[in-house]
Design a protein around this ligand. Sequence first.
Ligand SMILES: [Zn+2]
Length: 574
Amino acid sequence: MERLRIYTYRKTKMIGYLFILALLFLCFRVGYLMIFRASHYAPRAVEVEQRERDIKAARGRIIDRNGTILASNKTVCTISVIHSQIEDEDAVIDCLSKELESDRGEIAKKVTKVSSIEKIKSNVSKEVGDRIRSYELAGVKVDDDYKRYYPYDSLQSKVLGFTGGDNQGIIGLESRYDSYLQGQDGKILTFTDAKGIEIKELGEVRMEPEAGDDLYVSLDYNICEYATQLAYQTMLNHQASAVEMIVMNPQNGEIYAMVNVPEFSLSDPFTLPQEYESLSEEEKSEKRNEMWRNTCISDTYEPGSTFKIITTAAALEADVVSLDEQFHCNGSITVEDTRIRCHKTTGHGSEDFTHAIMNSCNPVFIQLGLRLGAERFFDYFEQFQMLGKTGVDLPGEAGTIMHKLENVGPVELATISFGQSFQLTPIQMATTVSSLINGGTRITPHIAVETRNRMGEKVHTFSYEDQGRTVSEETSETLRYLLYQVVAEGTGKNGQVEGYSVGGKTATSQMLPRGSGKYIASFIGFAPAEDPQVLAIVIIHEPQGIYYGGTIAAPVVSQLFENILPYLGIEQQK
Ligand SMILES: [Zn+2]
């Protein structure tokens, strides 16, 4: 990053020097013309003025792992007029109002205005621009310009982001990697006399624009497309308010897809749905920010039972439980006079620890939390690095909202143990579980891989170092086995995929305030269970009707895996 900046800075400086040199040369020439050819120019000019026009740089493209272009540029034109050069005002007004299909009066106002250069319209299509050029009208300038273009419109909208009128990235990757993508605008410098008439003898100085570098990302167009369809289908099936999905490589943190439905149109990012038409400008602006919000990284939720993966990891590391230890669940447990129920109110009866996680039995996890104690439990949260941010390379990431250690009494400890009373982001959940089941290495989730220039030469490679150990290899292996059992025969059965071994955990959590009757159903799964190559989390907000994660979220991951495992070249195992 630092090196690249210096490089760009030097380059900019060099171009600057060349520019000054060219200017000096022109000054001499102007001097020469004025002194030695004064008789020729005297009647026309005493002063020379410069006039500048920008030549827009092409913004770097965003390209997926297989070479599919996710963000590109379309050539458009900017039409301007230079008042002093116009010879036939009526012809100019006729031509522009006709070709631009604009109001004649409006055009006339701009054309007749005495200014050095007046912009008539930008973002004009290339065809229209070329047609206006063909009139060859004096004083009409048609400059090529670029408009950002997203071939798949709303696909990965909240991840890619979009650009504003000034070619500046506003959200997502467009904003995060703006300095790499932007490039350097060029300039056309022309000289005019006091009346604004171009002095053709002086010619023009062109400082050529420099295209931005292409950003190569870990996203996979096919996985994005399929996951998005699946998310929309899920939203429709359960009349949910939103569905989030993250698909990533748990070994190195590469994100294949990050879906937030409803997505929005990148070619028209400022237009709100019809129903918000009557809102005030301020409210509209708020709605736009809501529409653009990447909730996978910016919003926190109460994880519920998927968090039992983390409690289990801590308990195994601390050696406070073994897989065959016997427990008994009678439907609830009392912690300091507070009775906390199991989701199965009639109780799970006798069960060993393996079956307790397969059953997602709350009282057993509460006991693990109490055995660990708040201090040690929190030490593991630190070790797993799940209390801060993941460092994902997108703007706007939120951190985990956890109790302060000194405020954690036995009841708080009990609720944390089964995933209640605190919140984290979907990306934090996916990253932490990845880092526990991948052999025990904390990874940095990310999207950017490298930048290349227009010739396809590598300019910069982004590196994401491992963030240290979360759990031992042995604990990681035990976790994979337990989570495989959850899907093979436990509450995660609907996450199974024919021919593949899948590990995972379900969750059903209440939305706050509790008792509002609103739920969040989720499932986090990975495959193959013994050697995880892909991990997916799906979170369904406010499903109507059945709201259990095992019933409605697990099948979504199953369907996703059924399609993407063969696609990723992962062979069937059984
Ligand atoms: Zn139970």
